[in-house]
Design a protein around this ligand. Structure first.
Ligand code: PSV
Ligand code: MN
Length: 424
């Protein structure tokens, strides 16, 4: 964790300017009929989960260039996640990936308590073979042609639920890489039947207060066809399995230019939007930092979420899912959490009644200008004030750099070597 005097010193240097900026923005918003403190309160209570796997340097299939002081295990990862929460106050929970993070529940719980975190959705992994497992996932997992392989994948998912129950998680996210690489390799229908049957066995073991989140992705690692390739197939799964099954939307899992905010609206309308993996992308599943490529799209997604907020049953889970290759993962995750909060704050500024009026009058120009007005508003003083009042850092990245955290942990975490990808 970061020493509190480091945070105070950093905040002391910035507090006067923040108060001035906050007051100026408050006046500006007041003229627009918006109470800044109301927006700040909503932002302050907003949280997005950090992916445990995000705090290590990712790497591509070409190479991985590890940074100094990389976490050695889930306990180091939780320490890093604790720092992200300490400075941003926007990331109160962590989403685990099993078996990468498999450890006794009591150890996970005590570490989480020590660093002030809780556990979000559990992520199963049947896209990789694990030491000691009997059957390979080379040709699929929940949809494999071999019944014993499917059973192994089902049992792994059930084990994730069982561990999750002991650490306070309330959701299981299933993403499978199952698919095919050649036309003719698989029978699309039979493969999906097998998937539904196996996923149904997992669903049957879901505790009553849990959600099963199914995550679609267009391609990769399968390059010709993927079993759960889009939101349509995902919706079929969620409808087939039952009311506790919902769809998870990873922003990077669509073809370029797909209207993701509209997918969000559709799934919301039918009660099947279960959660998000936030990230950004330029070409494919790039896992770039949230809001780094297309912040307007992120805003438009939040515009749909704010629109749906009035429904008390609407409570999708929010998680980041990123891979960091050229930045310090802690810095990237802090900035990304802030970007998600920013999109939320900007969407809250949109006058919904006025928007509806423009829509009903078919005044396209005024409608879109109104949205843009929310997006163009610099809400940084709101975000910074929410952090400051919540004992976080006015400027998380500069405070983190001033703390020397990375150099300190590097002294006890041995350097790891970069693995080659072994590719073309
Ligand atoms: C797959 O690309 C994915 O988005 C899934 O959420 C996985 O759990 C995660 O990335 C980590 O590999
Ligand atoms: Mn994902």
């Amino acid at each position: 964790m970061i020493k509190s005097d480091v945070i105070s010193a950093s905040n002391d240097a910035r507090a006067k300017a923040l108060h001035e900026d906050y007051a100026a923005l408050g006046e500006h918003l007041h003229r627009r009929g918006i109470d800044i403190d109301t927006i700040k309160a909503k932002v302050a209570s907003y949280g997005v989960a950090v992916p445990s796997w995000g705090v290590g340097t990712g790497g591509t299939r070409f190479a991985r260039f590890p940074g100094a002081g990389e976490p050695r295990d889930i306990f180091d990862k939780l320490s890093d996640c604790g720092v992200i929460q300490q400075l941003t106050r926007a990331t109160p929970s962590v989403s685990l990936h099993i078996p990468w993070d498999a450890q006794p529940a009591s150890d996970l719980n005590s570490k989480a308590e020590e660093v002030g975190l809780t556990f979000d959705a559990m992520n199963s992994n049947t896209f990789q073979d694990q030491d000691g497992q009997a059957h390979s996932y080379k040709f699929g997992s929940l949809s494999h042609t071999d019944a014993a392989t499917r059973t192994q994948a089902v049992e792994h998912n059930i084990a994730c639920i069982e561990l999750g129950q002991q650490i306070g998680s309330k959701a299981l996210t299933i993403w499978v890489g199952d698919g095919s690489n050649f036309p003719g390799q698989t029978n699309f229908t039979r493969q999906f039947e097998r998937y539904l049957e196996a996923a149904g066995q997992v669903y049957a073991k879901l505790p009553n207060d849990w959600t099963l989140l199914s995550e679609h992705k267009m391609y990769e690692p399968a390059f010709y066809s993927t079993v759960v390739q889009d939101w349509g197939t995902n919706l079929l799964i969620a409808q087939q399995l039952g009311p506790q099954a919902k769809c998870l939307v990873d922003l990077g899992h669509h073809a370029p230019n797909v209207n993701i905010e509209m997918i969000v609206a559709r799934l919301t309308q039918f009660g099947k939007l279960g959660g998000f993996h936030f990230n950004d992308s330029k070409y494919g599943d790039d896992d770039l930092d949230t809001g780094s490529i297309d912040p307007y799209r992120l805003f438009l997604v939040f515009n749909e979420l704010v629109e749906a907020e009035a429904n008390p049953d609407f409570n999708p889970m929010h998680m980041l899912d990123q891979s960091h290759n050229v930045t310090d993962p802690i810095e990237s995750l802090m900035v990304s959490a802030t970007e998600v909060q920013r999109a939320y704050a900007q969407a809250l500024l949109v006058d919904r009644a006025a928007l509806e009026g423009f829509q009903n009058d078919n005044d396209a120009l005024m409608a879109t200008t109104l949205l843009k007005q929310g997006f163009r508003t610099d809400v940084e003083p709101i975000l910074a004030m929410a952090r400051f009042e919540n004992s976080g850092a006015i400027d998380p990245v500069m405070t983190y750099r001033a703390s020397g955290y990375r150099a300190q942990v590097a002294q006890v975490r041995p350097a790891v070597s970069g693995a080659g990808g072994g590719i073309v």
